[in-house]
Design a protein around this ligand. Sequence first.
Ligand code: NAD
Ligand code: DAU
Length: 350
Amino acid sequence: MKKILITGGAGFIGSHVVRLFVNTYPEYHIYNLDALTYAGNLENLKDIETKSNYTFLKGDITDADLMNQFFAEYQFDGVIHLAAESHVDRSISDPLAFIKTNIMGTVNLLNAAKDAWKGQMEGKRFYHISTDEVYGSLGKEGLFTETTAYDPRSPYSSSKASSDHLVRAYYHTYGLPVVISNCSNNYGPNQFPEKLIPLSINNIKNKKPIPIYGKGENIRDWLFVIDHARAIDVIYHQGGLGETYNIGGINEWTNIDLIHKLCEVMDDKLGREKGESAKLITFVKDRAGHDMRYAIDSSKLMKELGWEPSLQFEEGIVKTVEWYLDNEEWLNNILSGDYEKYYQDQYEKR
Ligand code: NAD
Ligand code: DAU
């Protein structure tokens, strides 16, 4: 039985990856390692937590000794590394937390894998999940390809860029069998409500202002989270060693157009008059160093490994809204506690 370590499996994307692997590969044992920070939530995995090929390991990737201990005890054959501090706004107020987890934590995992797999790298794989933000900010034209020069501009993207460089360094220096992917903005069920789409869904539901940074002209390329999980499956199994694959939705939206679309869906689902939710749109002070546009060229992944997005945005956004409206308890559990303080600091003192 293959033993696969998935880090950050209690988070948004990680939980979809864990579910996909546990259900698709009964011949694998999946170990979900997560520190359960504010973003980690085991409720995301309720439906699979009792499966015999699943084990949860609570642990912090910044603890090097613990990582070595886990590798010695469980003898992992592969790693899919998603654990990270992931929110740009939080990286602006607390960069060090991002340096610790995203850089130091990744190095701890690389060291643990390198030492545990010494002399027996055959059949092993260290898959690092990264972001399109490492490439910086695009103007009106062009797409990020795998050869676009790195130009990260926030503490978050800089920490992810640094971890990508280290992963490649371990491939070249120690022969660690690595693969990397860089994905665009994900949306879908289980996303923490600090991010634009779930934050807006929650505010619309509660008739609170929808905060749009600057003029809402910034562009993101949105991909349904399950399509990202499908890409991770394909790249883990078929990606070339030392290779990088970009993953995107071929689905660019300005923030303001996206929010108008979301408002339409919410009006419909909540039985509100057309145009009612859009009245909540409020322009607020821009994010510092706000990247203007991200857009991904996924043709390498599509041509070489045969992946493509399965869901159109029009369908995905409806599914997402329905999920949040049907899972009030999930949302309420998050909204109580620390999130309230975060929201006040981030928005009400802005
Ligand atoms: P998330 O914030 O929802 O989840 C992160 C998970 O990592 C949480 O479960 C958290 O508890 C865990 N974690 C954080 N610090 C940890 C530590 N020190 N030790 C162990 N676990 C820790 O993030 P997400 O949006 O699911 O992103 C997952 C990965 O995908 C990240 O590496 C992120 O950079 C990358 N990514 C995200 C997107 C996106 O749109 N969300 C797009 C491209 C790439
Ligand atoms: O591109 C991939 C990245 O996408 C991931 O690596 C990150 O982990 C993920 O958080 C996401 O980063 P963004 O900064 O693009 O996502 P966020 O949801 O925070 O913001 C999306 C856009 O919406 C961005 O232009 C900022 C804007 N925004 C965001 C928030 C939270 C607002 O206008 N208002 C808001 O309240």
